[in-house]
Design a protein around this ligand. Structure first.
Ligand SMILES: Cc1ncc(COP(=O)(O)O)c(C=O)c1O
Length: 364
């Protein structure tokens, strides 16, 4: 089969070739410029670009000195990278249940999961909507815990006028192609803390530090740098960010209007005080609906869907290692079985939205 890429892709690749030819990649201005744009956008002191959202989480955890013997509370319903980053440090990810209305971590369950070993809470702003940060900050304050926001999907999302990613000690974004803003692969950590920022900057580049014209390696760091070429994409994307968000929000609103009132389908809810950016449009099917059949039907009509996310307690690695059961996180179990991502993208036409809604209705 011959795959034809849209012309636009060729043009962008050609533009990147110009960047390579210019010789600027070795001088390194693009990562710095991209970081400056993110900092200005969010009004935060530091933005440190790294090679992935997972690397961002890993470095954020290390900067807080989280290690073996510690526990970090994460939502059970999330991409596996959230928990894996905790595992990398030797600490234990403790899974908390979610609220089925928002798919975000349930603060009441965070309270239940706190032990003397808990060091941090890592809320995920699921699918582009903020977790309940007032409650989470209250709990963190009461128990003297750090907050690392997994804002992988939430670049530009807001909670009571504050950007996701800048409400805790550190915020981590993914720049993977399925995210709001992409550099093809990449991530970024934001923080207002001088010490954490300096350590992360060093650790992303093998732990190196420059002093008196020489380079020293004070830590055993990582190769977690974002490449200059990827940063070029980030700069171009940052200029479009608000427009991308507006288009996604408009498409989501139209789709929700067309799908409302179907008894077997729970639509994404926008919480009070939240600016949901709809990185993904995720619906929840009722218990009686067979998700595989629903997804196969849409596929037969050329409509691609994926499962909403993963209930991590039931993934073999975590199930075998920590012996979690569905009873520990019952809402996440339901979401893991019954959630579906419907297609939604900025260029979506009214005709495509109508067709999607019509096909979902006929599937149900
Ligand atoms: C909630 C969440 N956290 C972390 C990540 C990891 O990001 P990356 O794929 O850039 O490593 C993802 C990626 O999908 C994610 O959805």
């Amino acid at each position: 089969m011959r795959i034809t890429l849209p012309d636009l892709c060729y043009e962008e690749v050609l533009d990147l070739q110009k960047v390579i030819d210019s010789g600027w990649l070795t001088k390194g201005p693009y990562v710095e410029e991209f970081e400056r744009m993110v900092k200005d956008y969010m009004g935060v002191k530091y933005a440190i670009a790294v090679s992935s959202g997972t690397a961002a989480l890993h470095l954020a955890l290390i900067s807080l000195n989280i290690s073996s013997g510690d526990e970090v509370i994460v939502p059970d319903f999330t991409f596996v990278a959230t928990a894996n980053a905790v595992e990398y440090t030797g600490a234990k990810p403790v899974f908390a249940d979610i609220d089925l209305k928002t798919f975000n971590i349930d603060p009441e369950d965070i309270r239940r999961k706190i032990t003397s070993k808990t060091k941090a809470i890592m809320p995920v702003h699921g699918f582009g909507q903020s977790a309940d940060m007032d409650e989470i900050r209250k709990i963190a304050h009461e128990h003297n815990l750090f907050i690392i926001e997994d804002a992988a999907c939430a670049m530009g999302a807001e909670y009571k006028g504050e950007f996701c990613g800048v409400m805790g000690d550190l915020g981590c974004f993914s720049l993977h192609p399925r995210k709001i803003l992409t550099t093809a692969e990449g991530g970024i950590v934001v923080t207002n803390n001088d010490e954490h920022a300096k350590l992360i900057e060093r650790l992303r580049d093998h732990g190196s530090i420059k002093k008196d014209g020489r380079v020293y390696f004070n830590h055993c760091g990582y190769n977690y740098r974002l490449s200059e070429l990827h940063a070029v994409l980030g700069i171009a994307q940052m200029k479009k960010l608000n427009d991308i968000i507006k288009k996604r929000q408009k498409a989501a609103k139209e789709l929700s209007a067309l799908l409302s009132g179907i008894a077997s389908l729970r639509l994404p809810e926008i919480s009070e005080n939240c600016q949901h950016i709809f990185q993904a449009y995720v619906v929840l099917l009722n218990q009686e609906v067979d998700r595989s059949k629903f997804m196969s039907y849409l596929k037969s009509k050329d409509i691609e869907t994926v499962v909403g996310n993963y209930a991590l307690h039931s993934q073999p690695f975590y199930k075998n290692k920590y012996k979690y059961t569905p009873g520990d996180v019952s809402n996440s179990f339901i979401a893991g079985e019954k959630s579906v991502v419907l297609p939604l993208y900025p260029q979506m036409t009214e005709e495509e939205i109508n067709l999607l809604a019509k096909t979902v209705k006929s599937a149900l």
